[in-house]
Write a protein that binds this ligand. Sequence first.
Ligand code: SF4
Length: 305
Amino acid sequence: MARKKLSPESGIADVGPDGFITPSEAVPTPASVAKGAGQGAAKTAKNVLKAREPKTTMSKTAMPDAAPLKTGGKAPSKTMAGMMVARRGKQRAPVPDPVEVAEIFRRFEAADPDPQGELYSVNTFTFLIAVVLSAQATDAGVNKATKHLFAVAETPQKMLALGEEKLRDMIKTIGLYQAKAKNIISLCRDLIDKYNGEVPDDREALQSLAGVGRKTANVVMNIAFGEPTIAVDTHIFRVSNRIPLAIGKTPLAVEQGLEKIIPAQYKLHAHIWLILHGRHVCKARRPECERCIISDLCHSSEKRV
Ligand code: SF4
């Protein structure tokens, strides 16, 4: 493991029982985004200038001043507040401006060059288990249980030896603990039987394990194996549709949209930056726009500055 303090999947924690989003995080329609873009347009000139002096932080750390918007010599479009518009059927769907997207991630990187998550783990295996446990649970809640669990079972063999009943007891403070205990035991058995006790660095192989879906596999590929995958959790889903970076009705659609729009140099950490932004600033019910470092680049109708 490259890192001991791994994290980003607390987003999984808030995933609703329907899959990913809560009612308060409905996908914006092109019309609502356009409305937001229109509101943004009224403030564009002022905000573009303000881009040179953002005043807030992404999370708990102080943010450096943002550099002037890099446009490659080309001024950002002022029409539709910098949004390009593509015709899709009878509706006009907003498409993020690549120049603005690049600037958003440049600022995220400047503010937090080495983003870290909060899930506790001691190796790749325990990180996988922590991510599986974090579905519909908070990172803090998972860490509370895994601190003791990983002290006695940090390998698939030891977890299997622990047994389902004992495991269930050790994670009983975590939501859905019964199903999770069952999955983890099955997962450990498969790791030992099929992968020599090692966590496979292959998305399909990961997804073949009990309790591991596409999002969990993407998190493990990204954090444990350094692959530039983007796991769309509830925070990323909301933020991507809201700014917007990638509009989609499903996590997969958003993931594919982000894959296309995020510059390659930012893909490795994009997942964590977006989760941290959604968790600490662009919150579901009341986004803290006044301390948002990309507010001048956001076209959301929910923007409050
Ligand atoms: S916090 Fe506000 S300004 Fe920033 S991205 Fe979210 S909605 Fe936009």
